[in-house]
Design a protein around this ligand. Structure first.
Ligand SMILES: [Zn+2]
Length: 298
């Protein structure tokens, strides 16, 4: 029994490693599409994933990289579990966290899936630097890795629950630190319009980690998706503005109060923009409806 409880907790933590709907301001989504590259998964009790969830219901937790296609360049939002996850996990996941934070085989790294399809990715943008988001960085030595200055600064002393040293210290990673601009956008105080056309805009979501960001994407059809990283692990939680379970939040959220403020902002946006789809990074049930690489959402 105790072992089951522990493994439930660990599953929640797995989430730590750690997607939805809304209408953002008018933006040109001309030619923009995305595809969810599923690199791995795990299962966890809903009650651990979000406050108020059932402890008797097991839900699937995904580890994905989001491939975004834009006429002026493709990029990945997060890298998912990479080719070296086994060694990284062995080296840097502390024993006490392993029951809560783990992954289930098989792992299908983004790099392998992209190579097979002949797709090159010149840039990776991190939502934040937790282990299940940064694992694949070393698989893309030619790519520029974008991270906010706050997040990079936070990673100066890596180690769980922060980033894994094995994932963020290799000299082969081409880091590019950046700052969001003081341009309010879509209810957020700051933003960064990646292509200058409003189709892909980074917005601040601090709390889970200090420099976490979300990606507001307008695809070719005009539909809008807000990838919110690990602010919540479940879209269901967001509907009710519920935080992660207390235990999960205590371990995974760097600033619980700030995380809740981010959750409430996302909750408000979902009400204001009923067409907006907010996509938590780990919500397999929601992501199943969007399909996986090589399927595209346009
Ligand atoms: Zn995280």
């Amino acid at each position: 029994m105790r072992k089951h409880l522990l493994s439930g907790l660990l599953l929640v933590l797995t989430l730590f490693v750690g997607a939805v709907r809304a209408d953002a301001p008018a933006a040109s989504g001309n030619g923009v599409a995305f595809s969810l590259i599923k690199t791995g998964h795990v299962h966890a009790q809903a009650g651990l994933v979000y406050s108020g969830g059932s402890l008797f219901q097991k839900i699937e937790i995904n580890h994905v990289a989001v491939l975004v296609q834009h006429p002026h360049g493709s990029f990945l939002f997060d890298s998912g579990l990479g080719r070296n996850i086994e060694a990284q996990y062995k080296e840097d996941m502390p024993w006490w966290a392993r029951p809560s934070f783990y992954y289930e085989p098989p792992v299908t790294p983004a790099r392998d899936q992209l190579d097979q399809a002949g797709i090159a990715v010149p840039r990776i943008i991190l939502s934040h630097s937790h282990w299940d988001h940064a694992s694949g960085l070393v698989d893309f030595p030619e790519a520029e890795v974008w991270i906010t200055a706050e997040e990079r600064d936070w990673d100066r002393h890596p180690g769980f629950p922060r980033a894994f040293p094995s994932q963020v210290t290799p000299a082969s990673i081409r880091w590019h630190t950046y700052e969001l601009e003081d341009k309010p956008y879509f209810g957020f105080p700051r933003s960064l319009d990646l292509f200058g056309d409003g189709s892909a805009v980074l917005v601040p979501l601090p709390g889970h980690t200090p420099g976490a960001v979300g990606l507001l994407l307008t695809v070719a059809s005009g539909k809008q998706y807000l990838f919110c990283g690990d602010t919540v692990w479940s879209a269901q939680a967001l509907k009710e503005a519920r935080p992660k379970s207390l235990l999960a939040s205590l371990i995974a959220d760097n600033d619980r109060e700030q995380t809740q403020q981010a959750i409430e902002l996302l909750h408000k946006l979902m009400i204001q923009h009923p067409g907006l789809v907010v996509v938590p990074a780990h919500d397999a049930a929601l992501q199943d409806t969007l399909g996986y690489f090589p399927q595209w959402v346009r």
